[in-house]
Structures are given as C-alpha cells and as structure tokens.
Design a protein around this ligand. Sequence first.
Ligand SMILES: [Cu+2]
Length: 315
Amino acid sequence: MIAFQDPLGQLPPQASTFAADHDALFYFLTWVSIGSFALILGLLTYSCVRWRRKTPDQPAASDVTHNTKLEVVWTLIPAIIVIVVFAWGFKGILPQQIAPADARKYRAEAYTWAWELYHPGATKSAGELWFEVDKPARVELTSRDVLHAFFIPAFRVKRDIVPGFRNQIWFQPTLIGDYTLFCAEYCGDQHSMMHRVVHVVDAATYVKEPWAALPETPEARGEYFFNMKGCLACHGTKADSPDPIGPTFFGIYGRKGRLSDDSEYTADEAYIHESIREPQKKIVKGRAPVMPPFDATSLSEEDVNDIIAWMKTLK
Ligand SMILES: [Cu+2]
C-alpha cells in the first residue's frame, strides 16, 4: 500500500485501505490528461501561427507528407501510458475481489428506493451501518427489483447490485467517522433518496451494538422508520406535500375514501397495517399499485404500531 495524500483536497477522506492507491491513480490520470491536452493544444496553436500562409499566392513551404520516426514516437508514448494505467488499475482491483476469510459478514438488500441493512448475524435490518475500525467487512449485495449499486465514496468502493444475482463487496475501514452510502445506479424516480449513514467506530463502541438502539417514544420510532425504510421516497408529511406516487401522511389516520372497486375505506389501524404488509390488497381509486410490501424481517409488529402511532400525530 502506498501512502498518497490528496494534494488538492478535492476527494472524500481516505477511510479504507483501498483509498490511497485509488487516489494516486486518480491524480495520475488527471495530470496525464491535463499534460497531453496542453501539449497537443500548444503544438497546434504554435503550428497554426508559425506556418500559416501569409499571402494568398504563397507556395507551400514544405512537401513533407509524413515522418515515420515522429509517428512511432507519438504512438508508443500513449501506448505505454495506457498499459501503465491498465496494470495499475488491475493491480488495484484484484485485492478487492476476494474478501479475507476473517471479514465480518454484512448484508445489504436494495429496492426502490431504500436499503435493508443487516449487521453480522442480525435477523432484523438496521437503518444505518456500523463498522469497526481496522477490521475487514464484507457485504453481500442483493436487489429485490431493479439495478442498484453500493457506493461508499470514503472507502473508494462501488459495486453493482444486479437482480437475481448475488454480488459482494469488501473493505477495511481505517478512519473513525461518519460517511455516506449511496446508490450509484440510477434506479428510478426517488433514486436520490437511497443514501444512508455509515459509521466507523472503535472496538469499545462496536461491541455495544449501537445499531440496535432506537428512539425512545413510539412516535419518534415511527418517524425513524419512515425515514429509514424509504417511505419518504413516495409519501410526504405536510398538508401540501406533493403526492405524485403515494398520499401524504398528513391527516391520513381516520381518512375515508374510495378503493379501485368503488367500495369505501377508512384508514384505521387495521387498514394501515394491511397497507404496509400487503399494499396490493386494497388500492385507493386513482392510485397505481406501486408500493412494495414490508414483511416482518423489515418491520416487526411493534415497528408497524410505532409508525401508526406517529401517523396519528400528523394533523
Ligand atoms: Cu438506486
């Protein structure tokens, strides 16, 4: 591993063992690009001025059509640069392919437009991820629906998540702090909502399993799940929230309306519970059946009750 610091301070903090080498290659590519751009443009400008035709009837100054030596040089130098870039990138990407045997096994399931994030051995998903500093971690990646991608810029790692395909990614965080996990594959309307906080903590904090801690009151927990489970991608919380996909939760508890079969519904506890677990069972008139179901591994019975408790406060 080489120690390379970002000279312009333009990149995210180097928070994994892969980061320094990645940044060195990034700056190599940048400077080579700037250098060749300046060289080519400079030569072109110089030639245009130096060899321009000064009078309309001036004869050609030279009848040279090619120069083998020059052509070999300007083919060989770029070829060598391309080979260096390939070898450097290949050498950097190889160790990213196979996780060390002692890497902790996490799991991330992506769907439009949220993440289910599982810590090692957990059966219930968490809203954010916690990693221990200087310990390798491996994340198994699956998608419920369309293409997504797991991207943590501070770790300099990114991998596509392909539906029907088990992919994985690994890294070793080296810097305590809070970073961001993004979806890096455009996956529809609310793609930009697919970001989560990723914490790198010391061993003493990690053993306390901070991911299990939840807000204290049912209403606060309900709002937490609303933010973490992707509800906010389609549902607003204000009276005038735009609602192109799902209804706003403002004043939703107790609301009456018509379903697609013209029967009447009241948004009571049982109705909201069913709408979370089996959203396709009853579709409100004029709405598209686009809401994904949330089963018990995603939201427990208590979690659903917390969400309903929080909904009751929105009025
Ligand atoms: Cu996405």
